[in-house]
Design a protein. Sequence first.
Length: 167
Amino acid sequence: MVIKLFEIEDIFTLKGEMEDFKSGKDYTVSSPLHYEFSLKRSKDRIKLKGLIECVVSLTCSRCLDEFGYLINARFDLDLVSQAKAPVTQEIELKRDEMDVYYYEGEELELEPLINEEIMLNIPIKPLCRESCKGLCSVCGKNQNYEQCHCNRDVDTLLGEKLKNFLT
């Protein structure tokens, strides 16, 4: 989704739905992506307030099942021309500079920003549900669907050394 900067006189509003949003490498968008964007131009900055909502397909980190996760993200960003970016290689960012993004040319590409907001809203350790029992460490069965009868008290060489050390 590309916005031409000359279209933004004062306030520019976009609302809609994308059926075929390009998925990232860590997730797949499994529903239409609903969006609402409000862009406000002031001097050399553009203030972007947005809301995105979609369902992404993730892999549970305990049982490896696929599940749907609702992304409902609100964000507030400042967009500044690359020409106004600091020239030095290393700078210390202040708190109010954390949500500043730089763009080049006379067009804004919103898909990378949308992708980043989706990534920021995906949990670090995605779980299909809080009570997920995961996979058996011995036989690999998904314990959410079937109970295994594996002997988990198998002593390992490392376990024996630790027992001897502690006694």
